[in-house]
Design a protein around this ligand. Sequence first.
Ligand code: NAP
Length: 247
Amino acid sequence: MHRVLILGGTSEGAALADKLSADPDFIPITSLAGRTREPKDVQGLLRQGGFGGVEGLVKYLKLEKVFAVLDATHPFATQITKNAFFACQIAKIPLARLTRKPWVAETGDDWDNVENIEQAVASIPVGARVFVTTGRQELEPYFKRDDIWTLVRVIDMPAKKLELGTGKFIAGRGPFSVEDEVDLMRDYEVDLLVSKNSGGQSSYGKIIAARRLGLPVIMVRAPELNLGTVVCYSLHEASDWLQGFLH
Ligand code: NAP
């Protein structure tokens, strides 16, 4: 039995843990950053919290006798992806990235592609009612704009309250259906969506909903790391890659 470290925090990471736990050759260990109060259950082993940079991860890989690492973290989680790359090189352990292809605009989409959250916030027109789905970690730039109204969706409700008239926090964890996203955007009369271009199916409902409602989207491009890591775009590819080390 070979211990496979899955750097998780995504639906793909959880699905990979499911798949590997049913495979007699592997023991999956899912690692979560520990940001979400009640993470979803995963099959196999689970650990939570940072490793302590590259050095900490190298120690962990050796101590736990990890056979291979699958980095299934979110496309915007760049620090852990870089750490995994360097740690696996140092520890001489195979590494692949399980990730998603970015979404591509289709007929009916009205996207303004930007490079980062600061640019996204700067592109919001005065007076807009904005549905913010870019996560809890980079909210300050939005709150500096007192000329917009924000509907902010986060997984865990933050302690911070928004001043009356400036916006509202709602808690929710995907996947969300297209119908629910349409209703939400209608109920709050939003006229603009800000989204990370995260790719994948689980958060694509809001993009289809915006298309249906004819709403513009400010789309933040995923950072490109170009580390040269092997990239898998499906569970099947990831599992084939792992199997390749057994024979
Ligand atoms: P990040 O900026 O790349 O990482 C910051 C630090 O958090 C890392 O240096 C590491 O700490 C720790 N860390 C991150 N992911 C970890 C994991 N899976 N297991 C153990 N430690 C981890 O990461 P982030 O953008 O804050 O994302 C954190 C988690 O949320 C990831 O698991 C990611 O898949 C998930 N997530 C992120 C986004 C997003 O938009 N960024 C969206 C959905 C889900 P040490 O240096 O101490 O090891």
